[in-house]
Design a binder for this molecule. Structure first.
Ligand code: NAP
Length: 307
């Protein structure tokens, strides 16, 4: 029986583990299907406080893990397949084994939705990104493409005009899902151009490990063409990793955990941290802060219960 199991090993889960381990709770961290979370697929992180020269994303998250292990956190490779949160102790099926815990921190994150083109996947972190705030800075004076037609795509494109010389939004339909205000803001920005009814067939150049151009196709006319770009930002939504909790945790229509104040969920003893609940900020530093909050709440909860 564990005092606390933490699901997720990104910035939120690892920071929760540092705090819980220092409180002598011997947390078990379930690494999940993307160990290290979103930071593990970025390169240089320049906005995490305390690193004036920036820090490599995978190094940062690995260091938080080491810090947690130093204080006694244990890591388990695997993912939660099934969860029974109907009574305490909570029970979790992790790969093939059931685990019991008094409290739970859900820090399973939200995975960026990708186009899933093989070339796109190979160039993630090498010109392909899902986060303008994280990587926009690297494209000063460059040509940038943003894929998507929702609010995120508009917001990212607007943000990227601070850096790029030219931003092209590529959307698969004629109509936009984005709210009128966000769409108008993008339309009124002279640096932003639109390509509609257009899909991406391939991102070049996998051999050189750098984005140089994109093969586009107008699916109505079947016309295909090549366009030079330096930065390729995919903004087609995120998928919160909450499938195992469906019907137990309060989730919004898109599957994000609904907060019941602080780090609380609708179930006593189950807490949330990071992107699994946060669809607004999604930053390493906010996720780390949320992990700290969740661990402090676990500590107080267990203390109040006399453990
Ligand atoms: P979204 O609203 O679901 O939009 C996703 C966009 O990506 C859609 O235009 C969709 O095209 C496109 N898309 C999805 N899969 C695709 C694929 N495989 N290939 C090409 N295009 C694809 O997601 P979001 O923009 O991330 O927004 C999520 C939520 O957060 C929304 O409720 C949004 O309002 C909110 N948000 C708000 C703000 C703000 O107010 N400041 C900022 C960001 C996000 P289709 O339209 O053809 O389906």
């Amino acid at each position: 029986m564990r005092d606390v199991i933490i699901i997720g090993s990104g910035c939120a889960g690892n920071t929760a583990a540092v705090y819980a381990a220092r409180a002598n709770l011997k947390p078990l961290v379930v690494a999940g299907h993307e160990p290290g979370g979103q930071l593990s697929i970025t390169t240089l992180v320049e906005n995490f406080p305390g690193f004036p020269e920036g820090v490599d994303g995978p190094v940062l998250v690995e260091n938080i893990k080491k810090q947690a292990e130093h204080f006694g956190a244990e890591y388990l490779h695997g993912s939660v397949v099934e969860a029974d949160l109907s009574k305490r102790p909570f029970r979790l099926l992790i790969d093939n084994e059931w685990h019991e815990t008094r409290t739970l921190i859900v820090a399973s994150g939200a995975s960026a939705r990708w186009l899933n083109l093989p070339s796109e996947q190979k160039l993630i972190g090498h010109g392909v990104s899902s986060c303008a705030t994280c990587d926009g800075f690297f494209y000063r004076g460059k040509k940038i493409m943003v894929i998507g037609g929702g609010d995120t795509a508009m917001e990212e494109a607007n943000f990227l005009t601070r850096f790029g010389e030219e931003i092209t939004i590529v959307h698969r339909r004629e109509e936009f899902r984005a709210s009128k205000i966000m769409l108008d803001r993008a339309r009124n920005n002279p640096k932003i151009k639109f390509l509609t009814n257009t899909v991406v067939d391939e991102v070049h150049d996998v051999e050189k490990k750098i984005v140089t151009s994109v093969k586009l196709r107008n699916w109505r006319t079947n016309e295909t063409w090549k366009r030079d770009v330096d930065g390729f930002f995919v903004a087609i939504g995120h998928i919160p990793n909450t499938a195992a909790f469906l019907g137990q945790l309060d989730l919004d229509p898109d599957g994000y955990v609904i907060s019941h104040g602080g780090a609380k969920t609708n179930i006593q003893g189950v807490f949330h941290a990071g992107d699994v609940q946060d669809r607004v900020y999604r930053q390493a530093i906010t996720a780390a802060g949320a992990g700290c909050m969740a661990a402090i709440e676990v500590e107080r909860f267990l203390e109040a219960e006399g453990h």
